[in-house]
Design a protein around this ligand. Structure first.
Ligand code: GUN
Length: 293
């Protein structure tokens, strides 16, 4: 048996096509969906994320308002900028690229974004809505993973999903999304305090690896036929590459091909979905609706 390769670019393109049509309809009514993207500092991975978001917005016909700030910007200045974008009726969504400069309080920055414009879904209000099963913006990576599973007809309801990693931007919202009634999965979250994650992953119908550890999930940790979703985007030093590194996920991709039922590509799996769901959230913000999971 060989795993079905999940290609996020194909699923993302289908979503972006729908968003493109919604954008065209909004523009006919004189509304140009606009996302403000704030990037503070020069983190290379962040610069690359912001570039791919910009490209997607342009392709769809949305307005992209990119604001680059030096890493030395003060928290007060950043909060002031967010407040002015909150008040700007032409801006429908606001995204502050993570990670922030170290001197900033993450929660304060994310929660300064008006929940009606919080297309990243990282404010306290959005996180609370997600956890309580109320309408609100759902973070792009977890929402994108659900779309990928559905597009590949991988059953979720009643299945056991094991998530590796408890970050606020992937692991936790992923767990909160999957336990909602609309999805009805049984969820286990493993993290750095879990002595032996393999005990759990071997029971999983779906493994979602979001720990930021290259090659963490190996073949002996996977039940035959399970779906493996790799969220890892690790830069591993590699002198043979022009850039000096290669991108590596949180799984031993080659080693899993013979055991997993499905496996995502890295890159080209979850990454394009995050961007596609972000554009869907911007369309939702411009239409003042929330797409349910
Ligand atoms: N850094 C990594 N992924 C994300 C994301 O989805 N949104 C933001 N704002 N920062 C990120």
């Amino acid at each position: 048996m060989s795993a079905i390769i999940i290609d996020g670019k194909i699923t993302a393109a289908k979503i972006q096509e729908k968003v493109r049509k919604r954008t065209a309809a909004l523009k006919e009514k004189g509304i140009v969906p606009c996302l403000a993207v704030i990037l503070a500092g020069e983190d290379p991975a962040s610069v690359s994320y912001v570039t791919s978001k910009k490209k997607a917005l342009e392709e769809i016909g949305m307005e992209d308002r990119e604001i680059r700030l030096p890493g030395s910007v003060s928290e007060a200045e950043l909060l002031g900028l967010i407040a002015s974008l909150n008040a700007d009726p032409k801006v429908h969504g606001i995204l502050v690229q993570h990670p922030f400069p170290r001197h900033m309080d993450e929660e304060r920055i994310f929660s300064a974004v008006n929940p009606d414009k919080d297309v990243d879904g990282f404010s306290l209000a959005s996180a609370g809505n997600l956890a309580l099963g109320r309408p609100g913006f759902i973070p792009g990576t977890p929402f994108g993973i659900v779309h990928l599973l559905r597009d590949y007809q991988i059953p979720i309801a009643g299945r056991h999903v094991v998530i590796l990693g408890r970050s606020n931007i992937v692991g936790k919202p992923m767990a909160n999304l999957l336990v909602r009634r609309e999805l009805n999965a049984t969820v286990t979250v493993c993290h750095t305090g879990t002595p032996d994650p393999a005990v759990f992953t071997r029971q999983a119908d779906i493994i979602i690896a979001a720990a930021g550890k290259p090659g963490l999930v190996t073949a002996d940790m996977v039940k035959p036929g399970a779906a493996v979703i790799d969220v890892g985007m690790n830069r591993v030093p590699d002198a043979s590459k022009k850039k000096g590194y290669r991108l590596c996920g949180d799984t031993d991709y080659e080693g899993l091909l013979e055991i997993a039922g499905w496996i995502t590509k890295v890159p080209g799996g979850v990454g394009p979905m995050t961007v596609a769901m972000l554009t869907q959230n911007v369309a939702d913000a411009a239409e003042d609706i929330h797409t349910l999971p």
